[in-house]
Design a protein around this ligand. Structure first.
Ligand code: G4F
Length: 353
C-alpha cells in the first residue's frame, strides 16, 4: 500500500461509477473513507461490494452511511460527526436525457444538494477541502474546444443544475475562503459505467449481439460528438486538485472529439461483427429536446498546473470496454484492451472487472 498521511474523506455518490473508483484510490492511499449511499429496498452497492467489510471488524477503513442530497439534516449530521478533511461531492441524478423528464428532482438533487453541503461545511467551521463534480455539459452549445474560460450555454436541466453548482462552489471559495474546486470533467467511461449511458450501452449491446442474445441496438442521436476518457484516470485528478496549494477549477478531458457513429463503427469492428449499420436502428425516445452537439476539452491548464494528462484515448477505451463486456458474457475477448491496461498501468489500484 502506498501510505500517505492518514486523512478522512467523505464521498457523496460512493456507489456510482466515479465514487467506487475514487474510494478504491483513497483506500489505497491510506485514507479512512466514508461514503453516502441512498436508501433503497434492494442493495445498490454492487460497484463497492469488493471494498466493503463488516463494520464490526477492527480497523475497517470504509464506512457507509445512509443520506440524501435532498435531506439537509442528514448532510449536516454526517459532516459534523465525520469531520472529514476532504469532501468529494459526486452524488447527482447524472443522466442528461432523464433530467428532461424529472427537471425539478434533478435541480433539487444536483443544484441544491451542492448548496446544502457547502452550507454544512461553512457552518461546521472546519477546514474541509471540497471537490465539486462539475460537467462538460455546462458548455452545451458553446463552440469547441472548451476550456475554463469558455462561456456556459447549458442544454438540459441537468446542465443548468451543474452551472448553479459550479457558481455556488466558486462563490463559497471567494466569499468564505473555503478550499473548493470544480472539476469540469468531460465524459469518462469504463467497465463500471451504467448501462444506459451511450458507451456502455454500445459495448454491452455489441457483446450481447456477438453472444447471439440480441439482434438489434436501438440508439438516439448518432451525430453528437463527445470527448471520452477512462474514469480511473479522472478520479486520480479529483484527488490531485485537493492536494494543490490553491483551490481552482480545471477542465479534464482527452482533447479528442468523436461521434457516437464513430464509436459504433469501431466497437462493431473490434468485436469482429463488421458493418454496424446491419445492427443499429434509431428510436426517437433516445433523442433529447436539446443537445450538446460537440464537446471537446482543452486541458492546457490541467497539463501545466497539475502535470496531468490521460494515457487512454478513444480507440483504447473502446477495446478495454468491449473486452470486459465479452468476459461478462463468457465470450473470449479479442484481448487488445486487456493488453493496453496491463502495459499502461503497471500499478493498478483498482479491481479489474
Ligand atoms: O452517454 P450519454 O448519455 O452522456 P452525456 O449526456 O454526454 O452525459 C454524461 O457525461 C457528462 C460529462 O461528463 C456527465 F456530466 C453526465 O452526467 C453523463 O455522465 O450521451 C452521450 C451522447 C449524447 O449526445 C446522446 O444524445 O450520446 C448520444 N446518444 C445517442 N444515442 C445516446 C444514445 N445517449 C444515450 N444515453 N443513449 C442512447 O441510446
Amino acid at each position: 500500500m502506498n501510505q500517505e498521511k492518514t486523512k478522512t474523506a467523505l464521498i457523496s455518490g460512493i456507489a456510482g461509477q466515479d465514487g467506487s473508483y475514487l474510494a478504491e484510490l483513497l483506500l489505497n492511499k491510506g485514507y479512512d473513507v466514508h461514503g453516502i449511499i441512498r436508501w433503497d429496498s434492494v442493495f445498490l452497492t454492487e460497484r463497492i461490494d469488493h471494498l466493503y467489510k463488516d463494520p464490526h471488524i477492527h480497523g475497517v477503513r470504509l464506512h457507509l452511511h445512509y443520506g440524501d442530497m435532498t435531506d439537509t439534516g442528514s448532510i449536516e449530521r454526517l459532516i459534523k460527526e465525520i469531520k472529514p478533511d476532504e469532501i468529494y461531492h459526486l452524488a447527482a441524478m447524472s443522466h442528461v436525457r432523464v433530467s428532461f423528464d424529472m427537471p425539478e428532482y434533478t435541480c433539487n438533487t444536483d443544484a441544491l444538494g451542492t448548496l446544502r453541503i457547502l452550507e454544512a461545511i461553512k457552518n461546521s467551521g472546519l477546514p474541509i477541502k471540497f471537490y465539486m463534480a462539475a460537467s462538460s455539459e455546462m458548455f452545451g452549445s458553446s463552440p469547441p474546444p472548451q476550456n475554463e474560460k469558455t462561456p456556459f450555454h447549458p442544454r438540459s436541466p441537468y446542465a443548468c443544475a451543474k452551472v448553479f453548482s459550479y457558481h455556488i462552489t466558486r462563490l463559497y471559495r471567494e466569499a468564505y475562503n473555503i478550499f473548493a474546486c470544480n472539476g469540469i470533467l468531460f465524459n469518462h467511461e469504463g467497465t463500471r459505467r451504467g448501462p444506459t449511458f451511450v458507451t456502455r450501452k454500445i459495448t454491452r449491446g455489441v457483446a450481447s449481439i456477438k453472444a447471439g442474445l440480441d439482434e438489434k441496438l436501438y440508439m438516439g442521436n448518432l451525430e453528437a460528438k463527445r470527448d471520452w476518457g477512462l474514469t480511473q484516470e479522472y478520479v486520480v485528478v479529483m484527488h490531485l486538485m485537493l492536494q494543490q496549494e490553491k483551490a481552482d477549477d480545471y477542465v479534464i478531458a482527452t482533447g479528442e472529439s468523436h461521434s457516437v457513429k464513430e464509436f459504433l463503427e469501431k466497437a462493431f469492428n473490434y468485436a469482429g461483427l463488421g458493418d454496424w449499420q446491419k445492427y443499429v436502428e434509431t428510436d426517437p425516445r433516445y433523442f433529447r429536446p436539446a443537445e450538446a452537439e460537440n464537446l471537446v476539452g482543452d486541458i492546457s491548464k490541467a497539463k501545466e498546473k497539475l502535470n496531468w494528462q490521460p494515457k487512454i484515448k478513444f480507440d483504447e477505451l473502446i477495446k478495454i470496454m468491449i473486452d470486459a463486456d465479452f468476459r461478462k458474457l463468457k465470450l473470449t475477448p479479442p484481448g487488445e484492451g486487456d493488453k493496453i491496461l496491463k502495459e499502461k498501468f503497471s500499478d493498478k489500484w483498482w479491481k479489474v472487472d
